[in-house]
Design a protein around this ligand. Structure first.
Ligand code: F1P
Length: 301
């Protein structure tokens, strides 16, 4: 892998970073306790990981857990949040910093962060640093999945099957049909809806591909009109009854694997990388994107 892109190197390191995160997650004491009302915030990829965590935590009966894009977070007093969990690889994303600043002293915050030497650390009551999962590529792969693995382990999940499945996915040949397809719709239910959103974003960021994402049961409520030969409908997790037949009838390719859904996201990362290569794009420096979005402070009046 001499001339491998950072994205390639980073996405291939995931089984190892997941194992490390699982160790930390199982022991960490700063994440919200069972029963607490929690808001989870992030931007871009980190927002989608927030969606997955929220569905897992609330689904496990551990308390109300609401995910927000940091720019659209409603954390007012009458919502009664006991804790805010922020997810940010860079620690410099303006919208995340604004939320941390706004709730300081009012709601306890814990930030899962890739680079702890950044402003988010001073603005957070607690941090969980994952510098071993930080990345050089603009397009995030391992930080996001490693943060989510930490959270899954903290919720009591055994992630060893996910690690094993990721290893398998990284060694498997890629289906050429996925590299050539005209369009992808990604679907999920519960925690895998966040993964579907992230898969669609990854393909857009790395390879400028046309992608969409929906809760699986929403797909028949209109978006299935896009499904056609040469296009792919990719479902994370279990397929709702009858969905596969409905998609197959359109001529689109239906993809749904039995493996751990987070490992299936690794497969999509690989497809995104191959599509970037096939189009002569540099996935480490995607068009119009920066490592994080840093907005200027409004001028003082
Ligand atoms: C979040 C993020 C990335 C996105 C883009 C801009 O960054 O939105 O997900 O790919 O590069 O930044 P962070 O807050 O996790 O550092």
């Amino acid at each position: 892998m001499n001339d491998a892109s950072y994205m390639e190197q980073e996405l291939h390191s995931q089984p190892g970073t997941w194992q490390e995160a699982a160790r930390i997650g199982a022991a960490v004491g700063s994440l919200p306790a069972a029963g607490q009302r929690v808001a989870v915030i992030g931007c871009g990829t980190s927002w989608f990981m927030a969606q997955s965590y929220a569905a897992l935590r609330e689904g496990a009966g551990l308390g109300v857990t609401d995910p927000f894009a940091a720019s659209e977070a409603f954390l007012g007093g009458d919502r009664g949040y006991d804790a805010v969990v922020a997810i940010t690889r860079s620690g410099t994303t303006t919208e995340v910093l604004r939320v941390l600043d706004a709730v300081k002293g009012r709601i306890p915050t814990v930030t899962i962060i890739g680079d702890p030497e950044t402003p988010a650390t001073a603005l957070s009551d607690e941090t969980i640093a994952l510098p071993f999962a930080d990345e050089k590529s603009v397009v995030q792969t391992r930080f996001a999945t490693t943060a989510l693995t930490l959270l899954r382990a903290h919720l009591g999940e055994d992630v060893s099957q996910a690690v094993a499945d990721a290893r398998e996915v990284l060694a498997a040949p890629l289906d050429k049909e996925w590299v050539d397809a005209e369009q992808f719709s990604f679907l999920g239910t519960g925690w895998t809806f966040g993964l579907a959103n992230e898969a669609a974003l990854k393909m857009r960021e790395a390879s400028q591909s046309w992608t969409e994402s929906y809760p699986a049961m929403e797909y028949r409520h209109g978006p299935i009109a896009i499904a056609a030969p040469g296009r792919v409908t990719w479902l994370f997790g279990r397929a709702p009854e009858g969905l596969e037949a409905d998609v197959v009838r359109t001529g689109a390719r239906f993809v749904c694997h039995a493996r751990d859904p987070l490992a299936d996201l690794v497969l999509v990362q690989r497809v995104a990388l191959e599509r970037a290569r096939a189009r002569g794009l540099d996935p480490d420096n995607p068009r119009s994107l920066t490592r994080s979005v840093m907005l200027e402070a409004p001028a003082a009046s």
